[in-house]
Design a protein around this ligand. Structure first.
Ligand code: FES
Length: 112
């Protein structure tokens, strides 16, 4: 089973092939959300961008980003409350599925 390691938190989980990073985070006891977004997120629908993680190792062991993931978290005009764009090396924890061992680091909003 693939191992997902959460850098900087000394936590990891073994998950079935095809599990999401979000599911691995739950199994490891890692919260991918910060502040009010612990409650106010899309709960894995790939819409809010709050579960974003930086991939440290094993990007090739994740599924390719889908249409929803490529567009989540992008500014949607002046009314957007989303501050973070799609940065290189980052994935949505709820959309990236694990195919092999990976090391990721949660990108909490209050960390910038
Ligand atoms: S939980 Fe909202 S995009 Fe992943």
């Amino acid at each position: 089973m693939p191992r997902v390691t959460f850098a900087g938190q000394d936590k990891e989980a073994e998950v079935a092939v095809g599990a999401s990073i979000r599911q691995a985070a739950k199994a490891a006891g890692v919260c991918l959300y910060s502040g009010v977004f612990k409650l106010d997120n899309c709960h894995g629908l790939g819409l809010c961008g709050e579960c974003r993680v930086r991939v440290i190792e094993g990007e090739e062991h994740l599924t390719e980003p889908g249409l929803r993931e490529r567009h989540a978290g992008r500014p949607r005009g002046r009314r957007s409350v989303v501050k973070r764009g799609n940065e290189e090396g980052e994935r949505l924890g709820c959309q990236a599925l694990v195919l092999g061992d990976v090391v990721v680091q949660p990108r909490l909003r209050d960390e910038g």
